[in-house]
Design a protein around this ligand. Structure first.
Ligand SMILES: *[C@@H]1O[C@H](CO)[C@@H](O)[C@H](O)[C@H]1NC(C)=O
Ligand SMILES: *[C@@H]1O[C@H](CO)[C@@H](O)[C@H](O)[C@H]1NC(C)=O
Length: 380
């Protein structure tokens, strides 16, 4: 979701450094881990670079003695890799123009990547690309669907897909609609037993069955408390403004201007948020060494938590002692905070632990400042 995401990337700047295991797969571009919420999924799951369809059913961890079987799956999935939005396409164009014209007069600049930006790189983004899903983004979702179908064969079965027992909700954003379509293509391909060969798939006509529900998926747009209280509230974003014009950012801006051979005053703060949005594949050759995050010498948790195609899965199991629930973040088991003793605690314990949220958070009261009669919360 646009508003929330851009807000998240801003917050991402403020969270402390997380130590990363160094990635050992050789062909990961060295700036790939520095893109915050615009990071590719493979940074979180490097083994997918070798086999994008490799699925690991051992992530499902209900107690073996209780003979559990998964009976329900709820997944919240972010859209896949996308083009920069219009605002950033314009910034990229402006910056590359600046480097071509201003930097060529500056001293030094013998480094090959800089030469490449100056002489060969063209701003190939067109304005109609505005935030659209890229081909890689479609693959992100197709492949995720295929892996999930391998981990949950009884739930995402051919029959369940065909009989429309799987329900898809999406926001109206084109990148989200394209993502939910790609996910369904992945499931249908899986259920048809097709290989990952895209040519084979192209012959089969995919059928889509999603509903657009902005009330749910873009709830923040309709939440007056958020829109007035945060998004359009200069006072609430004061700290962000301070950060953007603060000492650290200033230092980053200076170092970036130096790297690019630009006069410092030409690289305005307004141009700076671009590296966050440059798709990885192209940026590897175009901007190999000037990622903002890289220059800041930091990686941020948002790269790990919400890359493109980030996903949150709630798996409900039927077990001898009653229903159990497991949480997976980006296909890895994560224990519920407050219930760390087990991977898949009893459902009733999860409900009890989160009662204050499940029963205590009323959308209308939070957003409109007034209580509205409502049914009991059945979301978990
Ligand atoms: C704007 O943000 C400030 C600081 O968080 C807050 O005190 C104020 O109530 C907000 N204004 C509105 C209209 O919500
Ligand atoms: C980018 O920077 C790193 C570390 O500063 C350096 O090792 C690497 O050679 C640079 N890459 C290019 C293409 O200049």
């Amino acid at each position: 979701p646009g508003g929330v995401q851009s807000f998240q990337s801003v917050l991402g700047l403020l969270v402390p450094r997380l130590s990363f295991a160094s990635l050992s797969v050789p062909d990961i571009p060295h700036i790939a881990g520095y893109f915050g919420t615009k990071t590719r999924y493979e940074e979180v799951k490097p083994h997918l670079l070798r086999d994008p369809l490799s699925a690991d059913p051992s992530v499902l961890r209900p107690p073996p003695a209780e003979h559990c079987s998964p009976v329900h799956l709820t997944a919240v999935i972010r859209h896949g890799s996308r083009y920069p939005t219009l605002k950033n396409i314009r910034r990229i164009r402006k910056l590359s123009e600046l480097v071509r014209t201003e930097a060529s007069r500056a001293s030094g600049g013998s480094e090959s990547w800089l030469q490449e930006i100056r002489n060969r790189w063209e701003a190939w983004y067109t304005e109609d690309m505005d935030g659209q899903l890229v081909m890689k983004g479609r693959d992100d979702l197709r492949q995720l669907a295929s892996r999930l179908a391998s981990v949950f064969p009884s739930l995402l079965s051919e029959e369940n897909v065909r009989k429309r027992r799987v329900r898809f909700l999406t926001s109206s954003k084109h990148r989200c609609v394209s993502s939910v379509e790609a996910f369904q293509e992945g499931l249908q391909r899986e259920s048809l037993g097709l290989t990952s060969d895209l040519c084979v798939w192209a012959d089969a006509e995919p059928e889509y069955s999603h509903e657009v529900d902005d009330e749910l998926m873009r709830f923040f747009d309709r939440c007056r408390g958020y829109v007035d209280g945060v998004e359009n509230n200069r006072t609430a974003l004061l700290e962000v403004e301070k950060f953007k014009h603060g000492e650290e950012m200033e230092g980053v801006r200076r170092r970036m201007a130096d790297r690019l051979g630009l006069p410092h005053h030409r690289l305005t703060p307004g141009l700076l948020s671009f590296p966050n949005s440059v798709p990885k594949q192209r940026s590897q050759t175009a901007f190999p060494n000037i990622s903002l995050w890289r220059l800041a010498g930091r990686r941020f948790r948002t790269s790990l938590i919400v890359p493109y195609a980030a996903n949150l899965l709630f798996v409900l199991y039927d077990c001898q002692r009653g229903p159990r629930l497991q949480l997976l973040v980006n296909e890895s088991p994560v224990r519920f905070p407050g219930l760390e003793a087990e991977d898949a605690p009893l459902y009733r314990d999860v409900r009890a632990t989160y009662r204050h949220l499940l029963d205590g958070c009323d959308f209308h009261r939070e957003c409109e400042g007034r209580a509205v009669g409502r049914a009991p919360n059945t979301e978990l």
